[in-house]
Design a protein around this ligand. Structure first.
Ligand code: TA6
Length: 315
């Protein structure tokens, strides 16, 4: 954990007394992560504006996962296996790891604020998923307010295991009808609304006028989410995570989700860096790394215009 002395990392109690860690960057941006689920529930820019969506009906009480923010889907995405939906990592209590094994130098850069979290299976977990692992998550807030999540999952068992994975990020958007996603056009996807039938995306950017639940396959390492009304573009950069899920429940599904307000679907969009189509297999002793980096840039960044190509081409 970096720089506790100057209050850039604070461990405190959140809703219902659940422990959370607040990361603060000197220019004013911040991140909050609950140890329950290693769940990022807040990411604010230098102006203090919230960039993630969390439902006003979110339940901060185990075993219910928190609706919004960034749930971690591990070791199973959705219902693609025998476990509860999206696996169990999002509803276990993680611990803070003061001194994790070294990261490569580019990840462990100085003047970044970060916290390291650790999940190991309990005896009960081993009954439902009989594989020993160590899952290390570093949550980092960069100097420009970027939010990085780096997962390292190690097989500490005597036999191989296989998993699927997603950072189920809920972005806060002004109005879903005004949002478009760039970087996924012309790609193949599995449509969760049609028994995961495989199709190819046609046309330009992805826009939203009804329920969407698609797993885009072999996606580029950068995806942009353009919010016209907010004049804001989110950029998702990812590594080790070939797929990208795009989800909005729209009105009917939203009404059926108890911990989501009826109209809240208008203000959220999930774009999820994931490894789903080709599950990851780890042999004993092997480690997998999956990284997601989020930044939010004003549209003026692109000369006053929302020009996704410029966003996607920039480094
Ligand atoms: O990632 C999309 C998805 O798998 C959808 O099918 C949808 O149901 C959503 O996740 C939310 O799942 P949850 O278990 O959090 O209600």
């Amino acid at each position: 954990m970096s720089t506790i002395e100057n209050k850039s990392v604070e461990i405190t109690k959140g809703i219902n007394g659940l422990e959370k860690v607040i990361l603060r960057e000197t220019h004013g941006s911040s991140v909050e992560v609950y140890l329950y689920g290693a769940h990022v529930t807040s990411w604010k820019n230098e102006q203090g504006e919230e960039l993630l969506f969390v439902s006003s009906k979110a339940i901060y009480k185990p075993p219910k996962p928190i609706r919004g923010g960034i749930p971690i889907c591990f070791p199973q995405f959705s219902n693609l296996g025998p476990l509860e939906t999206h696996g169990f990592a999002r509803n276990r209590v993680w611990t803070i790891e003061p001194d994790p094994p070294a990261f490569p130098p580019n990840v462990n850069a100085t003047n970044r604020v970060f916290v390291d979290l650790l999940l190991k299976p309990t005896e009960e977990d081993l009954k439902i998923w009989p594989h020993s692992f160590e899952y290390r998550l570093r949550v980092t807030l960069g100097p420009a307010g970027d939010l990085m999540l780096t997962s390292r999952i190690r097989n500490t068992d005597a036999k191989p295991f296989t998993f699927t994975f997603a950072y189920h990020t809920y972005f806060s958007v002004s109005d879903i009808s005004e949002v478009r996603v760039e970087g996924l056009e012309t790609l193949d996807y599995l449509d969760n609304l049609k028994n995961r039938e495989r199709s190819t995306e046609q046309g330009d950017a992805i826009t939203f006028e009804s329920e969407v639940d698609k797993i885009y396959l072999s996606t580029p390492s950068k995806i942009a989410i353009l919010d016209h009304e907010k004049k804001r573009t989110f950029v998702v950069r990812k590594d080790g995570l070939p797929d990208a899920v795009v989800w909005n429940p729209w009105d009917k599904k939203a009404k059926a989700i108890a911990d989501l307000g009826d109209d809240e679907y208008k203000h959220m969009l999930c774009v999820e860096a994931a490894a789903i189509e080709k599950p990851i297999t780890l042999k004993p002793g092997e480690e997998w790394k999956g990284r997601q980096e989020l930044s939010a840039v004003p549209s003026s960044y692109c000369s006053g215009q929302l020009d996704p190509n410029k966003v996607l081409q920039s480094s």
